[in-house]
Design a protein around this ligand. Sequence first.
Ligand code: SOE
Length: 383
Amino acid sequence: MKEINAGLIGYKFMGRAHSNAFRQVNHFFNADAKINLKAICGRDKISVQNAASKFGFESYETDWKKLIDRDDIDFVDITSPGNLHSDMALYAAYRKKHIFCEKPLANDSAKAFEMWKAAKAAGIKHQVGFNYRFVPAILLAKKLIDDGRLGTIYHFRGLYLQDWIVDPEFPLVWRLDKTVAGSGAHGDINAHIIDLAHYLVGDMKKVIGMQKTFIRKRPIVETMDGLKASGSSDAALGEVTVDDASVFMTEFQNGALGTFEATRFATGRKNGMSFEINGSKGSVKFEFEKMNELQYYNNDDPATEKGFRVISVTEDSHAYAGNWWPPGHIIGYEHTFVHEMFEFVQSIANDRAATPDFEDGYKCCRILDAVDTSIKDGQWINV
Ligand code: SOE
């Protein structure tokens, strides 16, 4: 069997999720290549050395260029904060290495465009980490829509609700620093529902948005991992330079209307990504925290039986579900990374285009930028 050597940049939250995915692909899927956990890269030698042994990597690097230069690395997986994505991806493309890059593809659409063009010119496989496209229930929603079961689409209503920084004492982490993260809830979580809207409904024609930073100063961070952090209560305060909440409206090219709400101040909501799509023949509703279910309303049901039914998307006939457990045994967040990594490995092993690719990543960044422009100019922006 072919072997594909992975070089992972980053070892915290997404580093853990991606490392786990590398390890599970060949255990649960008949992939056409074996993923080798060849090297993991991070700036702090002790931390990345510990991560290498904990996650099962053969080696580690503290210099990402050195990792990409290695002849025994076939693809690089970028999970750093967004400000480094373009430097890393452009260099990987130059070195003809396949690239998997976390979302958002870049902190602005110009850089995302450059990454897409460089990856395309290099003839490499390039995929962006919109992992929710690989949820079996979302794939079922796509099939219903594409098969015409919802008819003409009128509405996409997307929410991404979190509350991990509602405490004013939560420290100033990198996700709250524009120079590193590029934006706050907008690029971090609106990006996901924008991509799902593109995937399920289609391209957008125009957008107009609004953003808010509710807490403008926070204690300087001392330690952080994922969405947890600690800073001493008497720490100096630093400026929050990104949005805490970002909402916008759109009209799609096909005439449907869209509303998007991404916030880190929805107290009580932890990873509340959901959407509802209404069409002439029916509707679907998905809630990530009930990710094994899809709510479906069929307007052609007999009048006495009409109502949203809850489909348990865990049958062998559902995408990916049969690779895991018997019906009803459900899967979770981490399985979406295994699915996307399986498809990425298959695209490399079989020389076929990866999806969602850097063009999808660029299209998402264009919407993110257009919403920002609409706020600056105070008017609708044609995309
Ligand atoms: C934080 O908002 C975060 O980890 C995002 O960065 C991920 O993309 C999302 O899947 C979960 O929440």
